[in-house]
Design a protein around this ligand. Structure first.
Ligand code: FPP
Length: 252
């Protein structure tokens, strides 16, 4: 008897996995509304998708997984929703930190975490310190993150550096910019996944996704399961990445 999950896994080339997968988790509110439940029920249900995605990525041998959990624009949401999101993050870290560590996962954040409450900052520092020496999957959560703000911050840091190192005044390089981003020590995402069918990048990793393959699914984030991740990877492996060049068959 055929097993649909096994069928999908068998289509994945484990030697050509995307090294870095980034995900815009979207659709929690709509998922809840369709069930006549409050928006926060969607966020709570989305935690299970986070768990399963992380577990599946670890099992496959993905190097880096980055999730977009809270943007600088998300502060505009009702206070109770923001508080629930922060509470869920805290609860997640408390419950999962042992599991992350046991699985050799290295946790980190992207974004201006100084804008988060002290209790959340403490929880984050604890999780980062606890998993600092792990050398398995690198799990990043973008919090109080904005791609434009990240670039603005990088430009200001370069300006400050140029006061000490006037060579920078002759012109800055792509490397100069990249080393001042939150992702300085990470490869760019190979695959960007967005759930809930929206065709936007929403200020996420603007510099880093220049050549990422984008895969969008109609599935709402709380319904995102391992088969969706497999489908995304299979689709990614069928793409021809040309980085602005030509496919080998077209070069003569
Ligand atoms: C987008 O759905 C989702 C978010 C803004 C929050 C995602 C956060 C979590 C799943 C919980 C915390 C994360 C971790 C890593 C523990 P939406 O509310 O914009 O949905 P809508 O577009 O349908 O309204």
């Amino acid at each position: 008897m055929s097993n649909p999950e096994q069928d999908l896994v068998s289509q994945i080339d484990l030697k050509a996995l995307p090294s870095h997968i980034a995900i815009i988790m979207d659709g929690n509110g709509r998922w809840a509304r369709r069930r006549n439940r409050p928006r926060v029920a969607g966020h709570r249900a989305g935690i299970e998708s986070v768990r399963e995605t992380l577990e599946t990525s670890t099992a496959l041998g993905i190097d880096v997984l980055t999730l977009y959990a809270f943007s600088t624009e998300n502060w505009k949401r009702p206070r109770t929703e923001v508080e629930t999101l922060m509470g869920l993050l805290r609860e997640y870290l408390r419950k999962e930190i042992d599991n992350l560590d046991r699985n050799n996962i290295r946790f980190n954040t992207l974004g201006d975490t100084s804008g988060l409450s002290n209790v959340i900052q403490e929880e984050l520092v604890h999780a980062i310190d606890r998993t600092r020496t792990n050398d398995g999957l690198r799990f990043n959560v973008a919090l109080n993150y904005s791609g434009r703000d990240e670039l603005r911050h990088a430009m200001n840091a370069i300006l400050a550096e140029a006061r000490e190192d006037p060579r920078l005044l002759d012109g800055i390089t792509e490397e100069d910019i990249a080393r001042h981003l939150y992702t300085a020590d990470l490869p760019d995402p190979d695959l960007l996944i967005r759930t809930s069918g929206e065709l936007r990048v929403s200020n996420f990793l603007l510099w880093q996704i220049a050549y990422s393959e984008i895969w969008v699914t109609e599935t709402m984030w709380p319904d995102f399961r391992k088969q969706h991740l497999y489908e995304a990877i299979i689709a990614y492996q069928k793409r021809e990445r040309r980085y602005g060049g030509l496919a080998p068959a077209l070069v003569r």
